[in-house]
Structure formats: structure tokens, C-alpha cells
Design a protein around this ligand. Structure first.
Ligand code: GLN
Length: 479
């Protein structure tokens, strides 16, 4: 099977008749079967995707096919797709079927994508390794003993292993970018409010963003421009016009690039990641861009701020899963309180329970000001600091993660160590700015390394063209 890096190349082959969507879907289905040990998909829509492929092939022949015809995607198991199972990797939603489609999913369908299946993820998108899924861990295709990252682990591995052309994930604190970095693919977190959250199972509503995982910057730009834009179902979504991100990915001129000294020079960062990040910064300097280190004193407060606010929001969002309205209900009989308690204890996994408890604690009357209010204040300060940064710079560059993919099981007993995997990604979610991860070579064990670009609010257009430019500077195999 030919590996198409961009949808453009693929569509060319479809147009001249070298390939049909039916053949393409069949090839992906065969690969999914051959790679079932990776555990990337929790459900595969075999017959349905073949039927849809027939329909798209007909449209291509008639010349009526949509912009994304030929795009075979997988959806993270937090995105609603009408008539299909939706569980957020949890047993509490066992056998739940979504009665409607997420706005982002519907827009992709309207542009003629084919959805091949639903992808494994950490339960309710809480995790950094995909080990918190009730469907079991996902294996990194570069090394089956290592994690793919999380929470969109299945989605990243599916693209890495060529089980679909692109995936759609969600990023609350790094869940698209961190697994993309661990799997050597591209991952995008758009600006908060760029893509409607309607139909995305909520984890932390003021942080959650839907974003694409692809093999190329071009495809990420194309997919985002289809999903983005105003939506009557989500009042937090921006009404700002969506530029055609994919139309012009040429980066010209010189950029002002800043990096936070701590994120590059800290000794806790794996030496090869440090070296690769510094190498890129040197190359950018050599190319005539202005590259400067900055201090960001609030950096150390980012992770605690993120975990206080997201657990608070999660404890509220997840209260709807009560054993009465959706999914799992305990078989133990008793009064209403017992029903709630038992259903929730049986249905939620350990990490989700930990976060609900933590979130309930930080919101409790006696501690509200000490934790929640304080974290909100810090969030505002970080936003202001970041805004000031972008008055001086066009892009913020950092590693995506402090290490490459770690061994399965290494951090499961130590939540703090696990949370540290997101040290560089949570910033963009705390402030709302767009950020993306592009591959930056591999370490000496052959494990992928990523580099992160953060841009000003709604600066996706320049972020994509700069990312495309950056892939020309990263080591082989590049994009
Ligand atoms: N790993 C982070 C967390 O567990 C981020 C998750 C996400 O972005 N959904 O919260």
C-alpha cells in the first residue's frame, strides 16, 4: 500500500483513477487487522466504511465529491458520531450510543470523509500514556513496550502505523500534541474557541479543544479549516472568520522567535531532546531569524494551576454520569444514594475517581479560595504574561515533552510523574493560544521527538506556515 503523506497526493490518484476509496478503505481495514495488538481502535466500522467508500467513489466520478473526499479518519472515543458507540474509554458509558454527531464530525462528514472507527484513549481524556483506558493500553508502534502518550494515544498510533490517514483527537492539556510527539506525527491544538465543542465529551470545558493528528502540516491545516468556525450549539466558539489555512503555507520573511530558557536548558529534560531543540534554535538563528531566550517566572505554577482547574471542572462535568441517565448502572439494590455511589464507583476507573475527588475538594466551601480562586488568578497572570510575550515575538518554541515515549507501566503508580509529561503542553491550554507539535527526528533508541510551536491567539494561519517551514529544518525522516 502506498503511503500518502498528504491528502492532496491521494486525491490526485483518486482523480486519475489509480485508486478507489473502496480499495483504500480495504487496505486500511487489512492493516488495522494486522496491527490489532497495538489496540489503537476500540471499534472498527468495516462494512459501513466500505459502503460509504462506494458512495464517495461515485461522487468522485460524478465530480460532486467534497473537499475531503478520500480522507479516511479515526475518531477519538470522546467525539459523538450519530448512531455509533461513544464511551470516553470508560465502563460508565458501556453500550452508550450517541444520538447525534459532534459539529466537528458533522463538518468532516459533510466534506465527504470516511470514518473508519473509534479510537482508544485514556478514560475521559485524563492521562498522558493511554494506560487509563478501560479498553487496555495502546502500544507505541515504534516500540511496543512503550506508551504512545495520551490521552489521544490510539489516535496518534493509528496515524503512526498507517491504520488511517488522519485522526481527530482532543487536547485539554496536551492530549493531541504529546502523543503526536511520542509517535512522530503532527498534532494541533487550535485556539480555544476555534472549533465547536458541541459533541465532545467534556473533561474541562474552559480548556478542551478538538484537533487533528496527521502525517503532514498540510493535512492538519486542511482538516482544521473544515472543522473550525462558528456554531450555534457552542456559545464559546468564535464567530471570527476562518482563513483558508491550507491555501498558502509558504513562510516568508523573518520571524521573532522566543523560547523560555527553563524549557530548553533544564537538566530534567532528556539530553537528546535538549540537543535537538537547541539545534533547531541555532538553525533558525543561522537562517536570519531573531531567536531570544526569555524568562517566564510563572512556569512552575502552570502544572498546579492546570490540575486544580481541570479537576474542578471535571468534577462538575462528570456529575452527569450517575447511573441513571447514561451507561452503566449497578446491579446492587438500595436507595438512590447507593445507586449513585455504586454505579460511579464501578463505572469510573481509578484516575477518574482521583480527579473527581480532587476537583470536589478544591471546590469545597472551606478550600475554594485557597485553591480554585487562587488558580484562577494565576491563570489570569499567565495569560497576561503570555500576551506580553506575543507582543514581542511571533512564536514560542519549546520541546513538546521532557522525555521521549516511556515504558508501559513506568509511571502508573506515580501520578505526579505522569502529570510532568505535560509540563510543556499545558501552557497553551491554560492561556488558550494555539500550539502544535511537529516531528523533530528520533533519539538514539529510535523513539520520535517533537518540537512545539505556540502562536498568538487565532494565529493558526502563520503557525501552520511556520510549522511547514520548520519541517524543512528538522532531521530526516522529515515531512
Ligand atoms: N495528560 C493531561 C491530563 O491528564 C492532558 C489530558 C488532555 O489533554 N486531555 O489532564
Amino acid at each position: 500500500m502506498k503511503d500518502y503523506k498528504t491528502l492532496n497526493e491521494l486525491q490526485e490518484d483518486l482523480r486519475v483513477g489509480n485508486l478507489t476509496c473502496v480499495q483504500l478503505v480495504q487496505q486500511y481495514l487489512d492493516r488495522i487487522n494486522l496491527n490489532s495488538h497495538l489496540n489503537a481502535f476500540v471499534e472498527v466500522y468495516s462494512e459501513e466504511s466500505l459502503l460509504r467508500a462506494l458512495e464517495i467513489d461515485r461522487k468522485i466520478k460524478e465530480g460532486t465529491a467534497g473537499k475531503l473526499a478520500g480522507l479516511i479518519v479515526g475518531l477519538k472515543d470522546v467525539l459523538a458520531y450519530q448512531g455509533h458507540g461513544l464511551q470516553a474509554g470508560s465502563q460508565i458509558l458501556a453500550s452508550y450510543i450517541s444520538p447525534y454527531s459532534a459539529t466537528a464530525v458533522q463538518r468532516l462528514l459533510d466534506a465527504d470523509v470516511i470514518v473508519i472507527g473509534r479510537q482508544n484513549c485514556d478514560e475521559f481524556a485524563m492521562g498522558s500514556s493511554n494506560e487509563n483506558s478501560s479498553f487496555g493500553p495502546v502500544l507505541n508502534a515504534a516500540d511496543n513496550l512503550r506508551v504512545p502518550g495520551g490521552s489521544s494515544g490510539g489516535s496518534a498510533v493509528a496515524v503512526q502505523a498507517g491504520l488511517c490517514h488522519a485522526s481527530i483527537g482532543s487536547d485539554t492539556g496536551g492530549s493531541v500534541r504529546q502523543p503526536a510527539a511520542f509517535c512522530g506525527v503532527v498534532g494541533v491544538k487550535p485556539s480555544y474557541g476555534r472549533v465547536s465543542r458541541w459533541g465532545l465529551i467534556a473533561y474541562a470545558s474552559s480548556f478542551d479543544c478538538i484537533g487533528p493528528i496527521t502525517k503532514s502540516v498540510e493535512d492538519a491545516a486542511l482538516i482544521l479549516e473544515v472543522m473550525a468556525g462558528k456554531d450555534d450549539y457552542d456559545s464559546t466558539v468564535s464567530t471570527k472568520e476562518v482563513p483558508s489555512y491550507s491555501r498558502n503555507l509558504e513562510f516568508t520573511g523573518k520571524a521573532r522567535i522566543g523560547y523560555i530558557r527553563e524549557t530548553v536548558e533544564n537538566d530534567a529534560i532528556a539530553p537528546e531532546i535538549k540537543a535537538r531543540t537547541l539545534a533547531i534554535l541555532d538553525q533558525l538563528r543561522a537562517e536570519g531569524h531573531e531567536v531570544s531566550p526569555v524568562e517566564m517566572p510563572l512556569l512552575n505554577s502552570l502544572l498546579p494551576t492546570y490540575y486544580i482547574l481541570t479537576t474542578a471542572e471535571a468534577s462538575s462535568n462528570l456529575s452527569r454520569f450517575d447511573g441513571v441517565r447514561y451507561g452503566h448502572r449497578t446491579s446492587v439494590s438500595g436507595d438512590l444514594e447507593t445507586l449513585y455511589k455504586k454505579s460511579r464507583t464501578e463505572g469510573f476507573g481509578e484516575e477518574v475517581r482521583r480527579r473527581i475527588l480532587l476537583g470536589t475538594f478544591v471546590l469545597s466551601a472551606n478550600y475554594y479560595d485557597a485553591y480554585y480562586t487562587k488558580a484562577q488568578r494565576v491563570r489570569r497572570l499567565v495569560r497576561e504574561e503570555t500576551q506580553r510575550f506575543f507582543e514581542q515575538f511571533d512564536f514560542l518554541i519549546s520541546p513538546v515533552t521532557p522525555t521521549s515515549a516511556f515504558p508501559i507501566g513506568e509511571k502508573v503508580e506515580d501520578p505526579i510523574q505522569m502529570y510532568l509529561a505535560d509540563i510543556f503542553t499545558v501552557h497553551a491550554n491554560v492561556v488558550g493560544n494555539p500550539a502544535m507539535s511537529v516531528p523533530n527526528g528520533v533519539d538514539e533508541s529510535g523513539l520520535p521527538i517533537g518540537i512545539q510551536i505556540m502562536a498568538p491567539f487565532y494565529g493558526e494561519e502563520s503557525m501552520f506556515s511556520f510549522a511547514k517551514y520548520l519541517t524543512g529544518l528538522t532531521p530526516e525522516p522529515n515531512l
